[in-house]
Design a protein around this ligand. Structure first.
Ligand SMILES: [Fe+2]
Length: 361
């Protein structure tokens, strides 16, 4: 604040952001924004404050309710410019055209997307992440890895996102365990910070997929931190998706350093799934049951969580679209894609129950 004032600006602090921002939490911020007649915002903190700034930037100009801006609505603006200053290494929100806001009335984590949510600038300084506790380091690090992998296997993957995603996977594979073990490791923190931003640019241009689609409702209904709910799903969802994109997952395995260039795709992709299980174990990722989530409540909410996952549009980007969601996902698939999905039906029906059970237990 002092630095901004010294520069001749008239900043005002809004410190009322909450983890996993809700529509209710935006109200106070919007009041401050309007009272101050702010012409721009600085989102300072983890993914939640940055996402809050993005949402306020849009609401401050266009008004209305956040629900009206959720996917598939494409938000082109106008919106107030946002400068992002991340203090965690994980969400990549500083580099994405997305914000996630939970509807306080329905507990739906709404994905809101479009260039209106892309910060005009980001200050990416790893020194701001040195004090992150190990649990947060693990969760945000796995979130970044999930984002990079989902960008790479997404149906919207492209040459730009591919290079950034593989680079991020390579770096996270090398440094995540190290930074989890010793948070004061500056070299590892700096590498992770860069990888996270690369992953953010990658998935902003290629989307995330089924893990994120399913993860958001779990986070909203059971109050599980975003990175952790991703991690709970990541190995099982990847095992499910591999048959439809074996060579892409094999590339991820080679980038992660768990398969050699000479390994065949099937072998490499299998090793990737095992590596994700090992990583989650090493980072002490609990299962939903171990995290205290009641199994009956989990299954009672499953239909609603599935509806909310599909509404976000993310599952439709996954290499293998679950058959029980196909009728509701956007279509216009190519013939080849359709054939790929049909060929996956047998695999799907066998693994559906496994995913359901593995992800809870
Ligand atoms: Fe994420």
């Amino acid at each position: 604040m002092v630095m901004l004032e010294d520069a001749g600006l008239q900043p005002r602090l809004f410190a009322g952001t909450v983890p996993d921002p809700t529509t209710d939490s935006l109200g106070a911020g919007l009041t401050v924004l309007r009272e101050h007649a702010a012409d721009s915002l600085i989102g300072f903190g983890g993914g939640s404050p940055v996402d809050t700034a993005k949402a306020l930037g849009l609401l401050g100009v266009q008004g209305g309710r956040m629900r009206g801006y959720k996917a598939p609505h494409m938000n082109l603006g106008p919106a107030l410019p946002v400068i992002a200053v991340p203090t965690t290494a994980g969400s990549g929100s500083e580099a994405t055209q997305f914000t996630i806001i939970t509807d306080s009335a329905t507990d739906e984590k709404m994905l809101c997307s479009g260039p209106a949510f892309l910060p005009v600038a980001a200050v990416v300084d790893f020194e701001l992440t040195l004090s992150m506790p190990s649990r947060l380091t693990a969760g945000t690090g796995v979130d970044a890895l999930t984002q990079a992998v989902e960008a790479y296997v997404s149906r919207k993957a492209n040459p730009l996102s591919d290079g950034l995603a593989l680079n991020a996977i390579r770096t996270i594979g090398h440094y995540l365990r190290r930074v989890y073990a010793y948070g004061g490791d500056s070299e590892a923190r700096e590498a992770m910070m860069l990888a996270v931003t690369q992953a953010g640019i990658a998935f902003s241009n290629a989307s995330v997929a089924l893990v994120h689609g399913m993860s958001r409702p779990i986070g909203a209904h059971f109050h599980v931190a975003h990175g952790l709910s991703n991690a709970m799903l990541f190995p099982a969802v990847t095992a499910f998706s591999v048959p439809a994109a074996e060579s892409r997952y094999a590339d991820c395995a080679r980038a992660l350093g768990v398969a050699a260039d000479g390994d065949g795709d099937a072998l490499a992709a299998g090793r990737f799934v095992e590596a994700l299980r090992d990583l989650c174990e090493d980072l002490e990722v609990p299962t939903p049951r171990a995290h205290g989530i009641d199994k009956d409540e989990w299954f009672r909410l499953s239909p609603l969580m599935a509806e909310q996952a599909l509404a976000s549009g993310s599952p439709a980007k996954t290499p293998l679209c679950p058959p029980w969601t196909r009728s509701r996902t956007s279509t216009r698939r190519s013939t080849a894609e359709g054939r790929r999905v049909r060929n996956g039906d047998g695999h799907n029906s066998q693994i559906r129950a496994r995913i359901r059970d593995e992800t809870h237990d």
